[in-house]
Design a binder for this molecule. Structure first.
Ligand SMILES: CC(C)(COP(=O)(O)OP(=O)(O)OC[C@H]1O[C@@H](n2cnc3c(N)ncnc32)[C@H](O)[C@@H]1OP(=O)(O)O)[C@@H](O)C(=O)NCCC(=O)NCCS
Length: 198
């Protein structure tokens, strides 16, 4: 397929479209403002941000704290890509290799995060294309395994990961506060490639 490495042609609802993955840089103020809007969107904020308690969950994300989170994430080796459809940012997907919070890694392991922040972009296959894209990036980084965490109430994300070949490997209790109680984080894993003999 003659696709550039940061582009994928995929099904978006009923049409085929080019989805572009733009590497993030920490001074991208416009994209940062969009991420802050998603981080404060009551429809999705609880699905991708862990909260320790009610006070934490009630605190809005500010541009300043988002900028500092982004800078420290990138300094710690996280690779982030803005997902663009028809020139507009609709989501973000990221990867970090071998972070300390992995569950019992079996070898080189990538950890993924994803948000399709714009409502009209959800449920059209963009999330699936984004995971396929970040899996390719991870293979290029030498990842044999990928792990993802999904809160137990996020059934849509869980179904997506299952459809893409991920299976549950562990449950971390009391991972996030939502609707008056603490909920479990389900850890899922997939083998991305066979290790090369050394
Ligand atoms: C969870 C999330 C990443 C999934 O991404 P998405 O783009 O909405 O997901 P997809 O469209 O790829 O797949 C989800 C559903 O759409 C369906 N779908 C896939 N391709 C489709 C297409 N071409 N047309 C219409 N629907 C499609 C899938 O079958 C799936 O349906 P199902 O829920 O009945 O199984 C996204 O909804 C999101 O970011 N949500 C908010 C934040 C979040 O939950 N992040 C994940 C934290 S773990």
């Amino acid at each position: 397929m003659d696709q550039r490495p940061h582009e994928r042609r995929g099904h978006v609802g009923a049409r085929t479209a080019l989805i572009h993955f733009r590497p993030a840089h920490k001074d991208d103020g416009e994209a940062l403002a969009i991420m802050v809007r998603w981080a404060n969107d009551p429809a999705i904020r609880h699905l991708f941000r862990p909260f320790t308690d009610q006070q934490h969950a009630a605190r809005p994300k500010t541009l300043v704290s988002a900028a500092s989170d982004l800078a420290s994430a990138m300094e710690s080796g996280r690779q982030m890509y803005f997902i663009e459809l028809d020139g507009a940012v609709v989501g973000e997907v990221n990867l970090v290799m071998n972070p300390p919070h992995l569950h019992e890694p079996l070898g080189e392991t990538a950890w993924f995060g994803i948000v399709i922040g714009e409502e009209e972009a959800r449920g059209k296959g963009i999330g699936a294309e984004a995971i396929r894209f970040i899996e390719e990036v991870a293979r290029g980084e030498g990842a044999i395994w990928a792990q993802i965490g999904v809160f137990e109430f996020n059934e849509r994300a869980r179904r997506l990961y299952e459809n893409l070949g991920y299976h549950e490997i562990a449950r971390k209790a009391d991972a996030t506060w939502w609707k008056g109680k603490l909920w479990t984080d389900i850890r899922m894993q997939k083998q991305l490639q066979v290790p090369q003999p050394t």
